[in-house]
Each structure stands twice: as C-alpha cells, then as structure tokens.
Design a binder for this molecule. Sequence first.
Ligand code: PMP
Length: 393
Amino acid sequence: MLLLDTLTQGLVDLEARGLTRRRRIADTACAAHMTVDGRDIVGFASNDYLGLAAHPALVAAQAEGAQRYGAGSGGSHLLGGHSRAHAKLEDDLAAFAGGFVDAPRALSFCTGYMANLATLTALAGRDATLFSDALNHASLIDGARLSRADVQIYPHGDAEALAAMLDACDSPVKVIVTDSVFSMDGDIAPLAALLALAEQHGAWLVVDDAHGFGVLGPQGRGALAHAALRSPHLVYVCTLGKAAGVAGAAVIAHETVIEWLVQRARPYIFTTAAAPAVAHAVSASLTLIASSEGDARRAHLAALIERTRAILERTPWQPVDSMTAVQPLIIGENEATLALAAKLDAAGLWVPAIRPPTVPVGTSRLRISLSAGHSFDDLARLEAAFDRLGETA
Ligand code: PMP
C-alpha cells in the first residue's frame, strides 16, 4: 500500500543516516544500577539525579497513595480528578520552591512536556512575541509553536543579542523562555541577565528547571534559588520525574498567573489528572529532597561530577564545560557515536548516543547522566572503558 510504502522508505532513510532510535526494556527502575534487556548494567542514561527513583520511602508512599485514592484519578482536574493529594502537593511545592515570588502558588501537571505547552500557550497569544533560546528543549519549542505568537530564537545563552531583539520589539506581550540547565549540554542559562531584561522590557521570564529542581540551590530548591532571584516576572516550571524520582511537573508563579492557567491552559484543562498516588509520592520526595539525606546526596553528586569532568578531559573527544549532572562528550558523526555507545554497552555501561534532531547536525554525543546512586567504582569502570576506546580512536 502506497501509504505504508512511504513510511517504510522514511524508516529506511533514518536507518541509513544512523538516526533510528531504539527502546530498551528495563526490568528495574531506570537508575544508576539497573537491569536492562536482561543484563545488569551501570546506567548513565537516567535523569534520576538524586538516586530516588527506587527509594523505599517513595515506593511506600506511592503504595499508600494507591491504597487511599485508588489506581487512577478518574477525571480531569476541573471535573472531579483533583484529589487531596494533588492539592497538598501544590501547597508543598509552592512552599518549597516558590520563594522567588510573592503569593506563590503551584499547579501540578502529568508531565513537564504538558506544563511547558500549557505555560507558553496561556501566556503568549497571537499578539505576543516569544523569545526562545536556540537550545531550548523540544517541549518549549512545541509550546512556542502552539502559542501562535511571533517566535524569535536568540543565540544560545546570549543575553546581549536578546537585548537587541527586545529593543526592536513592539509587541504588547513579551515572553522570554529558557531551560535553566540545558538538557543536552549541561550548561546553565544566564538567569540573572535574562531577568534584568525581562524587568526592563516588561516581559515574562519562563524558566524550565527540569534538570535543576532538586539538585541546584539550597536544599535543592532549584535554579532560581541557586541564583537568588526574586521577581513577579518569573514563571517557574519544574519536573518531578527526574531528581524527584517520581513523575509529573508543576508550574509555580504568582497566584494570579496560576489562576490564569487553571482557566485558560488547554493542556491543563483537557486531560485526565495524574494518579493521586503519584502526587502523594512526590510530596514524600520533597521531604527527602529538603532533608539532610538530600544534602548528602547532592554532595555526593557534586563529587561525582568533578571526577567525571577529569575523566572526560583525558579522552580524545570533546567534553562540554558543564558543572551539572549532565556531562556530554561530543563525538561528531552519528555512526561514530553509535559505535562508541555500543562498545561501552558491551562493557556493561549504558551511555546513550544523542543524535539530531535532539542536537545540531555534526554534534552527536555521548551523554553521561550522573546520579547520586553512582559510586566512584562505577566511574572507575567508565574511565577504564574510555581509556581502552581512546587507544583505538
Ligand atoms: N524540559 C526539559 C528541559 C526536559 O529535559 C524535559 C524531559 N526530558 C522536559 C521538559 C519534559 O519533562 P517530562 O519528561 O516530565 O515531560
């Protein structure tokens, strides 16, 4: 059939360009140590930055939540699906990470992808201009497209270039949007400079802290706390399936912004709420993140990051200057990146090969995601594998 032939040809083309993506089947939590495709491996693929995904306290909290509220939410938030667990989680999140604004309120979402679509479409309409960093996450790119605003891409991390673009803009509504920690490079956006511009130009600054929440800042309160920023211009998105170890996301902002989202954000309104048990488990996760155990996990992660940077600098490939748990090693071509990932895999190390369109053409890379669940022995294995691969490179 012609329709299927077209797709089959498309799949063949992807394979020929080294762009086919394959799923692997995990029999355990996707974490620092895991079983995947039937083999025990050291995983450098997860976003389980604090090693909480399989934490007994969170597993117990999720089970307790399911006992109390059932397996599913049963409806959308505005039509019956909003449980006591969701309401408590929102209060907990506003108290934990809302210190950047007066009258903070949080709104919980099933995923960060949806939170980003919701935020951008609700804040930016046809009359708005949306300024987006060139390396922003796909969910921000899609949210910008869906918003129907005029979208202007500024060069990665370049506040000066953004200033010139804002100067030239006469839209009544302006929204600047950025990842805090860039997911494929691990670098941190110049948040203070972006906020200064937002205040100067009467713009919103939406910060997607998917990779900073739980890790950066005092007690893991996130990138805004880390940079000690405070302003009514700030709208903060955090995801809860990475460092928090569970699933979901939240938008935190002044209560008026949140009420606007409740009334207007279609990705919030027209979808079934996450299972209350998930929200219950995230509340337990926030307690852990803020505790001395959380501090110890962040300190261990920081030591692992330092060690990994030293390991990557000694390889023949190009590390990125990243101080976060995302440690990329740029290889260049897709096939070469895949070949290295396969050799690491054979050594029992899962380091994903990241290729276009996730990253620009010619910058395919191995992305090492560190977790507080890793040990220095795990890094010694990684180092030995890179030493062997470097000899034959
Ligand atoms: N923003 C960024 C920067 C991300 O890396 C991700 C997930 N990869 C998301 C948003 C989406 O979050 P979620 O996985 O909860 O949909």
